[in-house]
Design a binder for this molecule. Structure first.
Ligand code: NAD
Ligand code: AHE
Ligand code: ZN
Length: 379
């Protein structure tokens, strides 16, 4: 198939708010510094949530249509374009929505995992040469987050993919392409969490992964916060030492006030894994005066803004955020896969649902909120 157009199935979103439609699409061969991947598994959350749903719904200011969504996946390299030397045909790979070129100002700064090499075109749904490799009968279909994993074949820039140990089952480690790595990195790469108190707001895949990492790095107290009571059992399984449901506090008690009260002045570290800007505020204000650090992970809808009294920061709390957990995909993801193989990082435990590709839409309508942490779609 190398060098030829491949016709395969992909889930296409034709417009904001529309359900995904499984269509026959054409996937052009990779150009120079591009890689074509046979996607075997893609992760998604089966209910209304997460970043794919955020873009599908029309809430993403960068959303453009028609598009092939999906940003968590695992596959095998089918062919490579000219000049690709970082992966080869047959490699087991995870596509990376946070690229790593190892050359740009960001990559060489030693200060961030963000990379500027392909971010501008990625945001427009295009490959670095400003064209698309996807089409239906000649009509171009856009890429998503530089990866588009809801397709049986996808094309990505060579800076947006990493080879991992082929012994790791792709139907599991596909989830390391986003949710798990994001929560894990947000905590594990944050200095000082050992022996400190931690609160994690939101116990979806991202929040649970924060809890898992907080336990691994030996935080002293790990408080999980979620409005869904069913998440308590999940949270404890992933390392929470306590669980608080903000809805079950006495009338008029704010979650931040409750947390400050039970922690003798506030948490050392808090993490927002909800995407709700009121929760982000609560997470900051639950931090200890003088040193508490709050990390925003959740993605808030277009137009939403965070606020708090500046006094919260004047008195020493720090508000920060992270993308993909601060993890440099090409440099660090293979090691996280090894940690999974050694049993240190949980992955299998997040999978609550498995779907056939034609059923990729299941759950947008049918599922009850809260019963899906992660679904893996067999492509
Ligand atoms: P999810 O929907 O599975 O989980 C969210 C959890 O938050 C649920 O358990 C829900 O009950 C809980 N929740 C909702 N409202 C709450 C409230 N007011 N107080 C406490 N808990 C509340 O989502 P997920 O897949 O875990 O992703 C979480 C967020 O992280 C999303 O916004 C997603 O877009 C974002 N995200 C960001 C990055 C990044 O790189 N920054 C990466 C992945 C995901
Ligand atoms: N287009 C969105 C951006 C949303 C966003 O912040 N995305 C995260 C990843 S979420 C994965 O589930 C991210 O990596 N951000 C850094 C970046 O460069 O996009 C919007 O709101 O505009
Ligand atoms: Zn994601």
């Amino acid at each position: 198939t190398a060098g030829q157009v491949i016709t395969c199935k992909a889930a296409v979103c034709w417009g904001a708010g529309e359900p995904l439609k499984v269509e026959d699409i054409q996937v052009a061969p990779p150009e120079a510094h591009e890689v074509r991947i046979k996607i075997l598994y893609t992760g998604r959350c089966a209910r209304i949530c997460h970043t794919d749903e955020y873009t599908r719904s029309g809430a993403d200011p960068e959303g453009a249509f028609p598009v092939i969504l999906g940003h968590e996946g695992g596959g095998i390299v089918e062919s490579v374009g000219e000049g690709v030397d970082s992966v080869k045909v047959g490699d087991h790979v995870i596509p990376l929505y946070t690229a790593e070129c190892k050359k740009c100002k960001f990559c060489t700064s030693g200060k961030t995992n963000l990379c500027s090499s392909v971010r501008a075109t990625q945001g427009q749904g295009l490959m670095p040469d400003k064209t698309s490799r996807f089409s239906i009968n000649g009509k171009p279909i856009l890429h998503f987050m530089g990866v588009s994993t809801f397709s049986q074949y996808t094309v990505v820039a060579d800076v947006s993919v990493v080879a991992v140990n082929p012994k790791a089952p792709l139907e599991k480690v596909c989830l390391l392409g986003c949710g798990i790595t994001t929560g894990w990195g947000a905590v594990a790469k944050q200095p000082g969490v050992k022996d400190s108190t931690v609160a994690v707001f939101g116990c979806g895949c991202v929040g649970l992964s924060c809890l898992n990492a907080a336990q691994l790095v030996k935080a002293s107290r790990i408080i999980a916060v979620d409005t869904n009571p069913a998440k308590e059992e999940w949270a404890r399984k992933f390392g929470a030492t306590e669980f608080v449901n903000p809805k079950q506090l006495p009338q008029g008690t704010r979650i931040q006030d409750h947390l400050v009260e039970i922690t003798d002045g506030g948490l050392d570290f808090t993490f927002d894994a909800t995407g709700n800007v009121d929760v982000m505020r609560a997470a900051l204000e639950a931090c200890h005066k003088g040193w508490g650090v709050s990390t925003i992970i959740g993605v808030a809808a277009a137009g939403k803004e965070i606020s708090t009294r500046p006094f919260q920061l004047v008195t020493g709390r720090v508000w920060r955020g992270t993308a993909f957990g601060g993890v440099k995909g090409r440099t660090e993801l293979p090691g996280i896969v090894e940690d999974y193989l050694k049993g240190a990082v949980k992955v299998d435990e997040y999978i609550t649902h498995e779907f056939k590709f034609e059923d990729i839409n299941k759950g947008f309508d049918a599922m009850h909120a809260g019963d899906c942490v992660r679904a893996v779609v067999d492509m």
